[in-house]
Structure formats: structure tokens, C-alpha cells
Design a protein. Sequence first.
Length: 445
Amino acid sequence: MADWRDELGRWLAPFVGRFGHKARRRMCPLYVAGLIGPGDRKSIGPMAERVAPGDYDRLHHFVSDGVWDEAPLERELALQADKLVGGADAFLIIDDTALPKKGTHSVGVAPQYASALGKTANCQTLVSLTLARGEIPVMVGLRLFLPETWTGDEARLERAGVPAEYRSALAKSEIALAELDRLIAAGVRFGTVLADAGYGMGAEFRQALSARGLAWAVGIPRHQKVYPREVELVFPVAGRGRPRKRHVPNVLSVSAEDMLTQAKWRTLSWRKGTKGPLKARFAAVRVRVADGPPQRIGDKGMQHMPGDEVWLVGERRASGEQKYYLANLPPDADLKTLAATIKARWVCEQAHQQLKEELGLDHFEGRSWRGLHRHALMTMIAYAFLQHLRLAAASGGKKNLGRPAATDPAGNTKSRRRRPGPRPALPMSTLPPTSPQTVHLKVPK
């Protein structure tokens, strides 16, 4: 594109229109341009030198101290993301990403597990929501998780400027559900919610998705208890004393790993990678999850009763690693559909990597809640713009890029579940790879 800055100005117009003050209308495009443009460091100082010489104070004030509400821009981002990739065949992927951070004063920083590093490290953790279709991700939500070392220290929260409504201790899954509700309220359209075992292991999380009428596929630990599909509830025969008043399962629950030992495994490919088709062995059976109310069952103590009927899916990778999943897709879904749905989650890892490496998500040097979230919001807006350029190039510059002909709102579960088959990839130009499962996002020069 001859001048990406002109296109950025046009694309940002709906966002800029959400500001009332003319100084903020000017700073927002400059900040986003600084994130997109050349330069290895995307903190405020280096960006100001490149895009706004002499305006460091204004740029810093805009993101860290300015009195403006982020919610209108978050709604606009949701709308623009929906135009790019939303629809009945889109996925909404819930995950989290770690920002390594030294010291103890930056909001939310604490020793915690960082999946990107594969170990516990001093970092900030952001719960992320990504809208994706045809392997094209657009990040639509980043919200900071506060460890107990923060939520239990009121003075520390006050110094970091954490709003009162975010000072209570919330699990990552609770933050994710709140963000999910925000996106649904904004009208974002998607077909299936995906999450890894960090979220999928929680019965409350899975049940909350089902209660919202959503289709979902989530990772679980291998020891997750399940019952056979044919499990029945019976009244136990009392050896002595009063007759039993509560029925119990006629079989005991077993681990997900044990349930799939006798299943039929098949080698499937779910998409083409940079080194050829990506393959693994998969097996799936219908089960009832042991996540119902707890009840004492004979000498086995307290056991969870059978819950909803879902798919239990196993994956055996070439490395020898085994993974397990639950999905509430329809009973007639075939194994390839289940595998393709589960493996669609990888694009959120691509988005995390690009937000950090290309747009400086982890470069913010401030310590406040407001500054961190505004910086994260600007990186998501910049990322959505780059995906807009990418889709425009793939479609020859046509408008309404990537918008499907027929779509359904997120709450319309019946229509979303009609055809849960593999999602066809959009006709995208090949981009230089950075690893077997990630695609490099070209930044305009």
C-alpha cells in the first residue's frame, strides 16, 4: 500500500470519533502509528521520538493519565473485529498471556506461571479473548489478572490506580466470562468458544458456557472423571437400616485417560503447516461428565454425579504427548470435525506472539492499571488494522472484507450448531513463517 498512514487515518475514524477532546483525537492515531511503524522499542519514549517529536508529554498523558473512558473504544474494536472475521463459523478463543516484568511495583506483577516461558516467573498475566475465522485472529479483549498478593493489599491497589470494581479477587475464568458477556452485549458473532485446560478443567466454567447457550470445546486434565454415556441412576439396595432415598450411578466414574484406552484411534490432519500437513491421532466417545452434585456412594465416599452428555476427545501427538478435551458439539459431529474445532485454538498463540513481537504489547513501562490497559487496547486496535490490510490484500481491496453471506448472533445456539464442520480458510496470501504453527504478520514500512 502506497501510504499505510493514510489508510490508518481512514480506518481509525470511528475510533477517533469516540473522543471528545481534540488533543486525544490527535494522540490516538499517533500512538497507534507508533506501534505499527518501524523501531524495535514500542514504549512511549521511543515512539514519541519517531512519530511525535516534542510531544512526549502529551503522548504519555494520553495513555497514562488522560481522563477518558476506554469502554467506547472497546465497543468500537468489537464492532470492527466482527466486521473482519465475525460470523456463525467464527471461534472465540479464551486464553491468557504473560508479560515478564521485573520489580514489584507495576500493577499485577508477581511470581506466577507464565505459559510462554513454561515456568513460574515474575510477570503480569492478561486474560485474552480472540475472535478468529479462517485462521485469521483479531484480539478483542485483554484484562489483567490480579494475584492474591495484590487483591489482599488495599494500599498497593490504590497506588496502582486499580478501579474499585476490579479490586476483588477474581479467578481467570471469572474474568473471561465477564469479558465474554461484554462481547456478546456488543453484538460480536461467533459459533464456538475454545479454551485450554487451564479454563476447561473448571466445571463452573463449562457450565457457565452451557448456561449461555454456547457451543464449546475445552481442554481438560487426563484425570478428569467421566461416566459412560449409558450410565443409569438406580436406588442402591440397603443391606440394613432404612431404604435409600437417593439414587446413585450404576457404575463408577473413571478418568478421561482410562475411558479412551479401548477407543478407536485414527490419524487425522486438520490443516497444512509450513512443513506439510499437521497430523495427530485422535479418538472420541460420548460420555457424561462427573461434574454433577457431590454425593456419597457406598464405601467410595463423596463422588460427583453424572452431568451433561458431551464428547470426550483424546489426542496423541507424534512427540508422545497426549491431550484430552471435552466438547458439547452435536452427537452427530464426526471425528474430523471435532479435531479441527479443537485445533483451531492455536491462532490465539499466533496473536499473542505478534502483539508482543510486532506491536510491543509487553513494552509498556508504566506501573498503573489505566496505563497498562490503554496500551493493551491500542495494540489490539493496531493489530485489527493490520488484519484489515491483510484481508484487503487477499480480497483485492473489496469492502466488507471477510464478512460471510449468512451469519447468526452469538446467542443463537441452534443455528450455530447446524453445521459444525471444519472452517474453510480464507483465500490469504502466504506470509513468512516464524515457527511451524505461527505466521509472521507483515508490518508496513
